[in-house]
Write a protein that binds this ligand. Structure first.
Ligand code: PMP
Length: 354
């Protein structure tokens, strides 16, 4: 840290991305990426010809991509905001809708970045405890005076709340923005996006990083009322108007054209998830009932930390969180069938030795 860093940033606890060690080739089941490549259309469209245009700025409005996403979900382009990964929408939303005066509320066990943005922007935030069964306690979010932020399905638990519960939260908070982060909704969860037509305080956030196999391209989008989208644009045009690079824009457009490919890959991931749950049960693990592309699992034969470490020693990466409430668990991304079989083979070996 230099002596120049402004005081308020010195104590900031930054977000720790999932590790990407380079010392050997790992089976990577730790960051909830898709194990499948982008669709053929994406590969074809990001061409040498497009690369040769990188001397030109991208379209700051992302017009074509917005039109395609709007069309896919049955909204107008003015209801769509495009961002550099959905992290950027979260960042912009904390900037736009939360402050020291306007607090935020989110679950105590959820996506770690909410807290980081809360700290970064000096937000007075509340971390509402999950219930004993690790589900979100909906009552905590009714009639608040705060901006509500909920990942649905939640991470790293994989559990969802119902669209009815979300509607009750949105309805009871007419003076607050309710941000529903649907990063994992395409793997069997129920989207609340239709509620955007009814409520102007709901912002639904999506990402290309999981179900659209484009974590490396950094692309996310939000669907919300025109007024909320205008607010996000105020922040974007005050920070980085060209937030989406030319290649990502093209890839994002092509991915919408190839929507069926991604729907099929999500189905495949759900099948592998269900197969993996059975395998985990056979190995004596218990897990939460995931609606996502990951499984939050634990064994009473080995601690979460030891299991994570032993898997890593044997070339398989999963994610372990040190928070005492969930320290028994590991979060396992659903990979290909062969990646999962490798995980199970290593797990059998590890369990034989403990
Ligand atoms: N929300 C949740 C719940 C996530 O788990 C993630 C990925 N770690 C994100 C948002 C951010 O994803 P991205 O910035 O890649 O779109």
């Amino acid at each position: 840290m230099s002596k120049f860093l402004i005081n308020k940033y010195q104590s900031l606890e930054v977000y720790t991305p999932g590790e990407q060690p380079k010392d050997m080739e790992y089976v990577k089941l730790n960051t909830n990426e898709s194990p499948f490549p982008p669709s053929q259309g994406v590969l074809d469209r990001v061409s040498k010809e497009e690369l040769s245009k990188l001397n030109l700025y991208p379209d700051p409005e992302c017009k074509l991509l917005k039109d395609k996403i709007a069309n896919l979900y049955g909204f107008d382009s003015e209801n769509i905001f495009i961002s550099n990964g959905s992290d950027e929408i979260l960042s912009f939303s904390f900037m736009a809708f939360c402050s020291e005066e306007k607090g935020a509320i989110f679950p105590n066990i959820s996506y770690g970045f909410y807290k980081v943005y809360g700290d970064l922007y000096g937000v007075d935030y509340t971390e509402a405890p999950l219930k004993d069964d690790f589900t979100v306690n909906v009552n905590d979010y009714l009639n608040t005076d705060k901006t509500v932020v909920i990942a649905n399905p939640n991470a790293p638990t994989g559990l969802s709340i119902s669209v009815e519960d979300i509607e009750n939260i949105v309805k009871s908070n007419p003076e607050n923005v309710v941000l529903i982060d649907e990063a994992y909704v395409d793997f069997g969860g129920k989207s609340c996006v239709e509620l955007v037509r009814k409520y102007d305080n709901l912002l639904v956030v999506r990402t290309y990083s999981k179900s659209r196999s484009m974590a490396g391209a950094r692309l996310g989008f939000a669907i919300g009322s025109k007024a909320l989208i205008d607010d996000l644009n105020r922040i974007k045009y005050s920070t980085n108007p060209y937030n989406i690079n030319r290649l990502t824009l093209i890839a994002g457009e092509a991915a919408i054209d190839d929507n069926d490919y991604y729907v099929d890959r999500c189905k495949e991931i759900v099948e592998i998830r269900e197969y993996s749950k059975k395998k985990l049960s056979e190995l004596g693990f218990t897990y939460l009932d995931s609606d996502t592309n990951f499984i939050f699992a634990k064994s009473d034969k080995i601690s979460g930390e030891e299991y994570y470490k032993k898997l890593k020693d044997n070339g398989v990466l999963v994610r372990h969180f040190s928070n005492p409430i969930i320290t028994d668990f590991v979060r396992i991304t659903v990979g290909t069938r062969s990646q999962m079989d490798r995980l199970f083979a290593e797990t059998e070996k590890i369990l034989r030795e403990v």
